[in-house]
Write a protein that binds this ligand. Structure first.
Ligand SMILES: [Ca+2]
Ligand SMILES: [Ca+2]
Length: 447
Protein backbone atom coordinates (compact mmCIF):
# COMPACT_ATOMS: atom_id res chain seq x y z
CA UNK A 1 0.00 0.00 0.00
CA UNK A 2 1.17 3.43 -0.88
CA UNK A 3 1.36 6.40 1.40
CA UNK A 4 -1.48 7.98 -0.38
CA UNK A 5 -3.69 5.04 0.27
CA UNK A 6 -2.83 5.08 3.95
CA UNK A 7 -3.63 8.74 4.15
CA UNK A 8 -7.00 8.20 2.54
CA UNK A 9 -7.72 5.26 4.84
CA UNK A 10 -6.86 7.42 7.82
CA UNK A 11 -9.19 10.26 6.72
CA UNK A 12 -11.95 7.73 6.10
CA UNK A 13 -11.57 6.31 9.60
CA UNK A 14 -11.83 9.87 11.08
CA UNK A 15 -14.90 10.81 9.00
CA UNK A 16 -16.60 7.50 9.83
CA UNK A 17 -16.04 8.15 13.52
CA UNK A 18 -17.46 11.61 13.33
CA UNK A 19 -20.61 10.47 11.43
CA UNK A 20 -21.16 7.65 13.90
CA UNK A 21 -20.93 10.00 16.81
CA UNK A 22 -23.37 12.50 15.19
CA UNK A 23 -25.89 9.72 14.48
CA UNK A 24 -25.59 8.58 18.08
CA UNK A 25 -26.52 12.16 19.25
CA UNK A 26 -29.67 12.35 17.08
CA UNK A 27 -31.05 8.92 17.70
CA UNK A 28 -30.03 8.25 21.22
CA UNK A 29 -31.34 10.99 23.70
CA UNK A 30 -29.23 9.47 26.35
CA UNK A 31 -26.40 10.44 24.14
CA UNK A 32 -27.56 14.06 24.17
CA UNK A 33 -28.11 13.89 27.88
CA UNK A 34 -24.73 12.50 28.23
CA UNK A 35 -23.36 15.16 25.97
CA UNK A 36 -25.35 18.31 27.15
CA UNK A 37 -25.79 19.32 30.83
CA UNK A 38 -29.33 18.82 32.44
CA UNK A 39 -30.52 22.43 32.42
CA UNK A 40 -30.11 22.63 28.66
CA UNK A 41 -32.48 19.72 28.20
CA UNK A 42 -35.14 21.32 30.43
CA UNK A 43 -34.85 24.61 28.55
CA UNK A 44 -35.18 22.77 25.28
CA UNK A 45 -38.35 21.02 26.50
CA UNK A 46 -39.78 24.37 27.76
CA UNK A 47 -39.10 26.02 24.47
CA UNK A 48 -40.66 23.12 22.64
CA UNK A 49 -43.76 23.47 24.84
CA UNK A 50 -43.89 27.22 24.28
CA UNK A 51 -43.51 26.66 20.56
CA UNK A 52 -46.45 24.23 20.61
CA UNK A 53 -48.59 26.70 22.57
CA UNK A 54 -47.76 29.53 20.21
CA UNK A 55 -48.41 27.31 17.29
CA UNK A 56 -51.85 26.48 18.74
CA UNK A 57 -52.59 30.15 19.34
CA UNK A 58 -51.42 30.94 15.85
CA UNK A 59 -53.75 28.36 14.40
CA UNK A 60 -56.65 29.67 16.53
CA UNK A 61 -55.88 33.26 15.43
CA UNK A 62 -55.75 32.19 11.81
CA UNK A 63 -59.10 30.47 12.15
CA UNK A 64 -60.56 33.52 13.91
CA UNK A 65 -59.24 35.79 11.14
CA UNK A 66 -60.89 33.49 8.63
CA UNK A 67 -64.15 33.81 10.57
CA UNK A 68 -63.89 37.65 10.73
CA UNK A 69 -63.17 37.69 7.03
CA UNK A 70 -66.50 35.93 6.54
CA UNK A 71 -68.28 38.49 8.77
CA UNK A 72 -66.66 41.35 6.84
CA UNK A 73 -67.89 39.85 3.60
CA UNK A 74 -71.43 39.59 5.08
CA UNK A 75 -71.32 43.21 6.26
CA UNK A 76 -70.06 44.32 2.87
CA UNK A 77 -73.02 42.54 1.27
CA UNK A 78 -75.43 44.23 3.73
CA UNK A 79 -73.87 47.64 2.99
CA UNK A 80 -74.27 47.06 -0.71
CA UNK A 81 -77.87 46.03 -0.21
CA UNK A 82 -78.59 49.14 1.93
CA UNK A 83 -76.85 51.28 -0.66
CA UNK A 84 -79.23 49.83 -3.22
CA UNK A 85 -82.25 50.60 -0.99
CA UNK A 86 -80.94 54.12 -0.35
CA UNK A 87 -80.62 54.76 -4.06
CA UNK A 88 -84.14 53.45 -4.62
CA UNK A 89 -85.51 55.70 -1.84
CA UNK A 90 -83.63 58.73 -3.18
CA UNK A 91 -85.12 58.09 -6.56
CA UNK A 92 -88.63 57.72 -5.07
CA UNK A 93 -88.12 60.91 -3.03
CA UNK A 94 -87.05 62.86 -6.09
CA UNK A 95 -90.08 61.55 -7.93
CA UNK A 96 -92.39 62.58 -5.03
CA UNK A 97 -90.81 66.01 -4.88
CA UNK A 98 -91.61 66.42 -8.52
CA UNK A 99 -95.21 65.28 -7.91
CA UNK A 100 -95.54 67.68 -4.96
CA UNK A 101 -94.32 70.63 -7.02
CA UNK A 102 -96.79 69.74 -9.76
CA UNK A 103 -99.64 69.47 -7.21
CA UNK A 104 -98.63 72.78 -5.62
CA UNK A 105 -98.77 74.43 -9.01
CA UNK A 106 -102.13 72.84 -9.79
CA UNK A 107 -103.45 73.99 -6.38
CA UNK A 108 -102.33 77.60 -6.93
CA UNK A 109 -103.88 77.60 -10.34
CA UNK A 110 -107.17 76.26 -8.90
CA UNK A 111 -107.11 78.97 -6.21
CA UNK A 112 -106.67 81.57 -8.93
CA UNK A 113 -109.57 80.11 -10.89
CA UNK A 114 -111.72 80.02 -7.73
CA UNK A 115 -111.02 83.68 -7.03
CA UNK A 116 -111.75 84.67 -10.58
CA UNK A 117 -115.03 82.72 -10.47
CA UNK A 118 -115.96 84.38 -7.15
CA UNK A 119 -115.35 87.78 -8.66
CA UNK A 120 -117.33 86.88 -11.76
CA UNK A 121 -120.16 85.66 -9.51
CA UNK A 122 -120.20 88.95 -7.60
CA UNK A 123 -120.28 90.90 -10.83
CA UNK A 124 -123.08 88.73 -12.12
CA UNK A 125 -124.98 89.24 -8.86
CA UNK A 126 -124.54 92.99 -9.13
CA UNK A 127 -125.63 93.03 -12.76
CA UNK A 128 -128.60 90.88 -11.84
CA UNK A 129 -129.61 93.22 -9.01
CA UNK A 130 -129.13 96.26 -11.22
CA UNK A 131 -131.18 94.70 -14.05
CA UNK A 132 -133.87 93.61 -11.62
CA UNK A 133 -134.03 97.11 -10.22
CA UNK A 134 -134.21 98.72 -13.66
CA UNK A 135 -136.96 96.33 -14.63
CA UNK A 136 -138.87 97.10 -11.45
CA UNK A 137 -138.48 100.81 -12.06
CA UNK A 138 -139.88 100.42 -15.57
CA UNK A 139 -142.71 98.02 -14.74
CA UNK A 140 -143.28 98.66 -11.08
CA UNK A 141 -143.16 94.96 -10.28
CA UNK A 142 -140.67 92.17 -9.75
CA UNK A 143 -140.12 90.16 -12.93
CA UNK A 144 -138.51 86.95 -11.74
CA UNK A 145 -138.79 84.90 -8.63
CA UNK A 146 -136.65 86.95 -6.30
CA UNK A 147 -133.62 85.25 -4.83
CA UNK A 148 -134.16 83.44 -1.58
CA UNK A 149 -133.20 85.95 1.10
CA UNK A 150 -130.87 84.79 3.89
CA UNK A 151 -132.80 82.79 6.45
CA UNK A 152 -134.64 84.90 9.00
CA UNK A 153 -134.60 88.07 6.88
CA UNK A 154 -137.11 89.98 4.82
CA UNK A 155 -135.85 91.17 1.44
CA UNK A 156 -136.81 94.70 0.47
CA UNK A 157 -135.72 96.39 -2.77
CA UNK A 158 -135.71 100.16 -2.95
CA UNK A 159 -135.06 102.49 -5.85
CA UNK A 160 -135.12 106.27 -5.74
CA UNK A 161 -134.02 109.24 -7.79
CA UNK A 162 -131.48 111.79 -6.64
CA UNK A 163 -129.06 114.02 -8.56
CA UNK A 164 -130.18 112.95 -12.08
CA UNK A 165 -129.58 109.32 -11.19
CA UNK A 166 -131.57 106.40 -9.89
CA UNK A 167 -130.18 104.64 -6.88
CA UNK A 168 -131.05 101.16 -5.69
CA UNK A 169 -130.42 99.23 -2.53
CA UNK A 170 -131.55 95.80 -1.43
CA UNK A 171 -132.07 95.28 2.28
CA UNK A 172 -132.29 91.98 4.11
CA UNK A 173 -134.07 93.04 7.25
CA UNK A 174 -133.82 90.70 10.25
CA UNK A 175 -137.25 89.21 10.83
CA UNK A 176 -136.78 89.14 14.60
CA UNK A 177 -136.34 92.94 14.61
CA UNK A 178 -139.52 93.45 12.63
CA UNK A 179 -141.42 91.02 14.87
CA UNK A 180 -140.09 92.71 17.99
CA UNK A 181 -141.07 96.20 16.89
CA UNK A 182 -144.38 95.36 15.28
CA UNK A 183 -145.48 93.54 18.45
CA UNK A 184 -144.39 96.39 20.71
CA UNK A 185 -147.13 98.37 22.45
CA UNK A 186 -147.43 101.92 21.02
CA UNK A 187 -146.37 104.64 23.42
CA UNK A 188 -148.78 107.33 24.49
CA UNK A 189 -146.45 110.22 23.79
CA UNK A 190 -146.11 113.02 21.31
CA UNK A 191 -142.32 112.73 21.65
CA UNK A 192 -141.58 110.38 18.78
CA UNK A 193 -137.85 110.57 19.47
CA UNK A 194 -138.20 107.39 21.59
CA UNK A 195 -139.00 105.51 18.38
CA UNK A 196 -135.57 106.65 17.14
CA UNK A 197 -133.55 106.23 20.32
CA UNK A 198 -134.73 102.69 21.00
CA UNK A 199 -131.38 100.84 20.85
CA UNK A 200 -132.28 97.42 19.44
CA UNK A 201 -132.24 98.52 15.78
CA UNK A 202 -129.10 100.69 15.97
CA UNK A 203 -126.73 98.09 14.49
CA UNK A 204 -129.05 97.34 11.60
CA UNK A 205 -129.68 101.03 10.89
CA UNK A 206 -125.87 101.41 10.73
CA UNK A 207 -125.68 98.83 7.92
CA UNK A 208 -128.15 100.88 5.85
CA UNK A 209 -126.21 104.07 6.59
CA UNK A 210 -123.11 102.27 5.29
CA UNK A 211 -124.93 101.82 1.95
CA UNK A 212 -125.69 105.56 1.80
CA UNK A 213 -122.06 106.29 2.67
CA UNK A 214 -120.88 104.05 -0.17
CA UNK A 215 -122.95 106.01 -2.68
CA UNK A 216 -121.87 109.36 -1.21
CA UNK A 217 -118.20 108.34 -1.23
CA UNK A 218 -118.37 107.13 -4.84
CA UNK A 219 -120.07 110.37 -5.93
CA UNK A 220 -118.01 112.66 -3.72
CA UNK A 221 -121.11 114.13 -2.04
CA UNK A 222 -120.73 116.89 0.51
CA UNK A 223 -122.71 116.98 3.79
CA UNK A 224 -125.80 118.65 2.32
CA UNK A 225 -125.85 116.22 -0.62
CA UNK A 226 -125.59 113.27 1.78
CA UNK A 227 -128.60 114.57 3.71
CA UNK A 228 -130.46 115.13 0.43
CA UNK A 229 -129.67 111.57 -0.75
CA UNK A 230 -131.15 110.11 2.45
CA UNK A 231 -134.16 112.46 2.46
CA UNK A 232 -134.84 111.60 -1.21
CA UNK A 233 -134.78 107.91 -0.26
CA UNK A 234 -137.40 108.39 2.48
CA UNK A 235 -139.50 110.78 0.36
CA UNK A 236 -139.70 108.09 -2.34
CA UNK A 237 -141.50 105.68 0.03
CA UNK A 238 -145.24 105.64 -0.60
CA UNK A 239 -147.40 107.64 1.80
CA UNK A 240 -149.81 105.35 3.62
CA UNK A 241 -152.17 106.83 6.18
CA UNK A 242 -152.39 104.99 9.49
CA UNK A 243 -156.08 104.11 9.45
CA UNK A 244 -155.68 102.48 6.02
CA UNK A 245 -152.54 100.51 6.82
CA UNK A 246 -153.04 99.74 10.53
CA UNK A 247 -156.74 100.17 11.14
CA UNK A 248 -156.38 103.09 13.51
CA UNK A 249 -155.06 106.62 13.46
CA UNK A 250 -151.76 107.97 14.76
CA UNK A 251 -149.96 104.69 14.81
CA UNK A 252 -146.26 105.59 15.03
CA UNK A 253 -143.91 103.12 13.37
CA UNK A 254 -140.40 102.22 14.41
CA UNK A 255 -137.87 102.66 11.53
CA UNK A 256 -137.74 98.91 10.80
CA UNK A 257 -141.53 98.81 10.45
CA UNK A 258 -141.61 101.68 7.94
CA UNK A 259 -138.91 99.92 5.86
CA UNK A 260 -140.66 96.53 5.90
CA UNK A 261 -144.14 98.02 5.46
CA UNK A 262 -142.68 100.06 2.59
CA UNK A 263 -143.93 103.45 3.72
CA UNK A 264 -146.00 105.32 6.27
CA UNK A 265 -147.36 108.71 7.16
CA UNK A 266 -145.62 111.83 8.42
CA UNK A 267 -144.48 110.69 11.88
CA UNK A 268 -143.32 107.32 10.48
CA UNK A 269 -141.20 108.81 7.71
CA UNK A 270 -139.93 111.53 10.08
CA UNK A 271 -138.88 108.86 12.61
CA UNK A 272 -137.07 106.94 9.84
CA UNK A 273 -135.36 110.05 8.44
CA UNK A 274 -134.18 111.25 11.84
CA UNK A 275 -132.90 107.72 12.63
CA UNK A 276 -130.72 107.88 9.51
CA UNK A 277 -129.53 111.47 10.05
CA UNK A 278 -128.86 110.94 13.74
CA UNK A 279 -127.02 107.69 12.95
CA UNK A 280 -124.91 109.56 10.37
CA UNK A 281 -123.90 112.04 13.03
CA UNK A 282 -125.97 115.02 11.93
CA UNK A 283 -127.79 117.07 14.53
CA UNK A 284 -131.41 116.08 13.96
CA UNK A 285 -134.67 116.90 15.78
CA UNK A 286 -138.35 116.14 15.33
CA UNK A 287 -140.84 119.00 14.82
CA UNK A 288 -144.38 118.52 16.06
CA UNK A 289 -146.72 120.88 14.20
CA UNK A 290 -150.52 120.91 14.33
CA UNK A 291 -151.49 117.60 12.67
CA UNK A 292 -148.03 117.13 11.25
CA UNK A 293 -144.56 115.85 12.10
CA UNK A 294 -141.36 116.81 10.29
CA UNK A 295 -137.59 116.66 10.77
CA UNK A 296 -135.07 119.41 11.51
CA UNK A 297 -131.43 119.07 10.51
CA UNK A 298 -128.39 121.08 11.50
CA UNK A 299 -126.63 121.70 8.16
CA UNK A 300 -125.37 124.78 6.44
CA UNK A 301 -128.41 125.67 4.32
CA UNK A 302 -131.03 128.30 3.57
CA UNK A 303 -134.82 128.35 3.92
CA UNK A 304 -137.06 127.72 6.93
CA UNK A 305 -135.70 126.61 10.25
CA UNK A 306 -136.54 126.52 13.95
CA UNK A 307 -134.05 127.62 16.53
CA UNK A 308 -133.50 125.14 19.39
CA UNK A 309 -130.83 125.83 22.00
CA UNK A 310 -129.19 128.33 19.64
CA UNK A 311 -128.93 125.81 16.77
CA UNK A 312 -130.74 126.35 13.45
CA UNK A 313 -132.60 123.18 12.50
CA UNK A 314 -133.68 123.43 8.85
CA UNK A 315 -137.09 122.04 8.06
CA UNK A 316 -137.15 118.70 6.21
CA UNK A 317 -140.43 117.47 4.74
CA UNK A 318 -140.29 113.67 4.61
CA UNK A 319 -143.61 112.92 2.90
CA UNK A 320 -143.83 113.28 -0.88
CA UNK A 321 -141.00 113.88 -3.31
CA UNK A 322 -139.25 117.02 -4.38
CA UNK A 323 -139.15 118.99 -1.11
CA UNK A 324 -135.77 120.58 -0.63
CA UNK A 325 -134.15 121.18 2.76
CA UNK A 326 -135.78 124.35 4.18
CA UNK A 327 -139.01 124.00 2.13
CA UNK A 328 -142.24 123.97 4.17
CA UNK A 329 -145.47 122.93 2.46
CA UNK A 330 -147.93 125.84 2.53
CA UNK A 331 -150.45 124.17 4.85
CA UNK A 332 -147.79 123.81 7.57
CA UNK A 333 -146.42 127.32 7.39
CA UNK A 334 -146.94 129.91 10.11
CA UNK A 335 -147.32 127.51 13.02
CA UNK A 336 -145.39 127.00 16.22
CA UNK A 337 -143.40 123.78 16.36
CA UNK A 338 -142.54 121.74 19.43
CA UNK A 339 -138.95 120.59 19.03
CA UNK A 340 -137.97 117.12 20.26
CA UNK A 341 -134.24 116.37 20.22
CA UNK A 342 -133.13 112.83 19.40
CA UNK A 343 -131.98 111.91 22.90
CA UNK A 344 -133.11 109.03 25.12
CA UNK A 345 -136.00 110.09 27.37
CA UNK A 346 -138.11 108.30 29.96
CA UNK A 347 -141.73 107.71 28.97
CA UNK A 348 -143.97 107.10 31.96
CA UNK A 349 -147.22 105.20 32.02
CA UNK A 350 -149.23 104.36 35.10
CA UNK A 351 -152.50 102.93 36.35
CA UNK A 352 -154.06 102.93 39.78
CA UNK A 353 -156.85 101.71 42.02
CA UNK A 354 -158.36 103.69 44.90
CA UNK A 355 -160.72 102.99 47.77
CA UNK A 356 -162.36 105.57 50.06
CA UNK A 357 -163.22 104.88 53.69
CA UNK A 358 -164.33 107.61 56.14
CA UNK A 359 -163.43 110.31 53.58
CA UNK A 360 -159.92 109.03 53.25
CA UNK A 361 -158.68 107.86 49.85
CA UNK A 362 -156.09 105.06 49.71
CA UNK A 363 -154.45 105.02 46.27
CA UNK A 364 -152.25 102.19 44.90
CA UNK A 365 -150.46 103.24 41.72
CA UNK A 366 -148.30 101.14 39.39
CA UNK A 367 -145.79 103.25 37.43
CA UNK A 368 -143.71 102.05 34.47
CA UNK A 369 -140.88 103.58 32.44
CA UNK A 370 -141.44 102.44 28.85
CA UNK A 371 -139.09 105.04 27.35
CA UNK A 372 -135.41 104.90 26.37
CA UNK A 373 -133.92 107.01 29.19
CA UNK A 374 -133.86 106.53 32.97
CA UNK A 375 -136.31 108.51 35.13
CA UNK A 376 -134.56 110.26 38.01
CA UNK A 377 -136.15 112.12 40.92
CA UNK A 378 -139.72 111.58 39.78
CA UNK A 379 -142.74 111.95 42.07
CA UNK A 380 -146.32 110.74 42.19
CA UNK A 381 -149.10 113.21 43.03
CA UNK A 382 -152.72 112.54 43.93
CA UNK A 383 -155.31 115.29 44.45
CA UNK A 384 -158.93 116.23 43.95
CA UNK A 385 -159.74 118.57 41.07
CA UNK A 386 -162.66 120.95 40.82
CA UNK A 387 -164.46 121.59 37.54
CA UNK A 388 -162.84 125.02 37.49
CA UNK A 389 -159.40 123.43 37.55
CA UNK A 390 -158.90 123.96 41.31
CA UNK A 391 -156.65 121.45 43.07
CA UNK A 392 -157.58 120.26 46.60
CA UNK A 393 -155.78 118.14 49.16
CA UNK A 394 -152.78 117.27 47.00
CA UNK A 395 -150.39 114.65 48.37
CA UNK A 396 -147.01 113.84 46.85
CA UNK A 397 -144.78 110.80 47.20
CA UNK A 398 -141.07 111.03 47.94
CA UNK A 399 -138.72 111.10 44.93
CA UNK A 400 -138.14 107.83 43.12
CA UNK A 401 -135.92 106.65 40.23
CA UNK A 402 -137.11 104.31 37.52
CA UNK A 403 -134.63 102.81 35.04
CA UNK A 404 -135.64 101.97 31.46
CA UNK A 405 -138.13 99.10 31.45
CA UNK A 406 -138.66 99.15 35.23
CA UNK A 407 -141.89 99.58 37.20
CA UNK A 408 -142.78 100.42 40.78
CA UNK A 409 -145.81 100.51 43.06
CA UNK A 410 -146.54 103.54 45.25
CA UNK A 411 -149.26 103.96 47.90
CA UNK A 412 -150.64 107.38 48.84
CA UNK A 413 -153.41 108.46 51.21
CA UNK A 414 -155.40 111.69 50.58
CA UNK A 415 -158.31 113.38 52.34
CA UNK A 416 -161.53 113.64 50.35
CA UNK A 417 -162.94 117.20 50.23
CA UNK A 418 -166.52 117.40 51.59
CA UNK A 419 -169.60 118.37 49.58
CA UNK A 420 -168.00 119.16 46.23
CA UNK A 421 -168.27 118.15 42.59
CA UNK A 422 -164.83 116.71 41.91
CA UNK A 423 -162.66 114.00 40.39
CA UNK A 424 -159.44 112.30 41.51
CA UNK A 425 -156.36 113.34 39.53
CA UNK A 426 -153.14 111.31 39.54
CA UNK A 427 -149.94 112.71 38.04
CA UNK A 428 -146.36 111.52 37.60
CA UNK A 429 -144.04 114.54 37.82
CA UNK A 430 -140.40 114.86 36.75
CA UNK A 431 -137.70 116.51 38.87
CA UNK A 432 -138.82 119.99 37.71
CA UNK A 433 -142.52 119.35 38.36
CA UNK A 434 -143.44 118.80 34.69
CA UNK A 435 -146.37 116.44 34.25
CA UNK A 436 -145.07 113.27 32.57
CA UNK A 437 -148.30 111.29 32.79
CA UNK A 438 -151.79 112.08 34.10
CA UNK A 439 -155.04 110.18 34.69
CA UNK A 440 -158.42 111.04 36.25
CA UNK A 441 -161.30 109.28 37.87
CA UNK A 442 -164.87 109.89 36.72
CA UNK A 443 -166.59 112.98 38.17
CA UNK A 444 -168.26 112.45 41.51
CA UNK A 445 -170.09 114.41 44.26
CA UNK A 446 -168.79 114.01 47.80
CA UNK A 447 -170.99 114.12 50.90
CA1 LIG B 1 -132.61 103.19 17.32
CA1 LIG C 1 -147.98 106.44 11.45
Amino acid sequence: MSGKTYALMFIGIILGGCVGYGISLVYIPEAVDNYFPDNYRAKFDGLTETYRDLSGMYDAAVSEIDGLGGDIADLQASIEELQGHYEDLTEAHTALEGDNAALQEAYLSLIGEHEALGEALNETQESYDALLMQYMIVTGEAPFTPQTPPEGTIRKDFAWAYGDETWAITLYIPEHLYDYYSNKTRLSTADYSVYVTHPLDDDYISTIIAEFHDIAAAEGYDEVQQVELVVAFVQSLPYTSDDVSTGFDEYARYPIETLVDGGGDCEDTSILTSAFLDGMGYGAVLFNLPDHVAVGVDVDHYGNYWLHEDVKYYYVETTGEGWDIGDIPEEHQGHTAIVYPIIPVPIITHDWTGSTLNHRLTLVANIQNVGTGDAEHFKLLVAYEGDGGEIWNAVESTFFDLAVGEETTINLVANEPRGVHTRIVVRVLDAWGNVMDETHSAWLDTS
